[in-house]
Design a binder for this molecule. Sequence first.
Ligand code: NAP
Length: 275
Amino acid sequence: MILDGRELSKKIKEDVKKEINSLDFTPCLATLLVGDDPASKIYVKNKDKACEQVGIKSITKNLPTQTTKIQVIQAIEELNNNPSVHAILLQLPLPPQLNAEELVEFIYPSKDVEGFHPVNMGRLVTEKNSIAPCTPAGIIELLKHYEINLKGKDVTVVGHSIVVGKPLALLLLKEWSTVTLCHIETRDLTKHTKHADIVIVAVGKPGLIKEDMVKNNVVLVDVGTTKVDDKIVGDADFEAIKDKASAITPVPGGVGPMTVAMLMKNTVKCAKRNR
Ligand code: NAP
């Protein structure tokens, strides 16, 4: 079974559109883009298209590469204090002089659409009223949509970033999975992937997960996106694993579109909260 994020994301966006139509105001998502990273520009373009589809007002503040920490904080403060802006996205990666984790703390938690502020991360731990990061939330939606039972399942997550691995582990725990979280210091990666019912890989190293590292009927979710010879590829050997797996995400067309759809959903959540 192919876990088709593209199809599901359309459905989610339709639902978001309906919800927005029932509101008496227009949700507004503001993006801060510092510098001119090409991948970021593509993501911002896709996000703008999705906003237009669902009826979210999207504004982008473009700051030059040399922008200082103080200038970014001032830009965040302006958006925090603007009542017509409901959700703020600080586009990553940032130029080397800026520290993303430090800057994210200046966004009001109620406007933190990506859920990276420590308050929202903390609420993920306490399972109270959180805004969950878009990619992990999209993975859970995708698995649930395809009726993949998470309760009691052994799930191995490869990659422990704040954007994907760590919050994903918390969301899986909430679903009663038994979670193993692997990282660069994990001694024997195969030991942890081979026994897992579900393997989720978010590293950014093509070919990391090979066919002999997973068991028969595994569910494989590949978050990785790396540009190789002008093509986007994941972290797993899709061709070799697809016949062994009971379900697998394609790259592209799996997790990527879900991330944008969840951003739309989170924007509405922030908008309602800020109203
Ligand atoms: P990241 O911050 O670079 O994190 C990568 C993680 O992988 C780190 O935790 C790293 O551990 C770990 N790692 C590196 N080599 C490893 C190895 N050999 N074995 C086990 N773990 C290893 O990246 P990210 O932001 O999480 O993104 C990961 C990938 O997902 C990238 O390809 C990114 O483009 C993609 N992504 C896709 C979407 C989407 O919507 N499709 C969204 C977000 C990210 P250390 O930190 O200890 O080095």
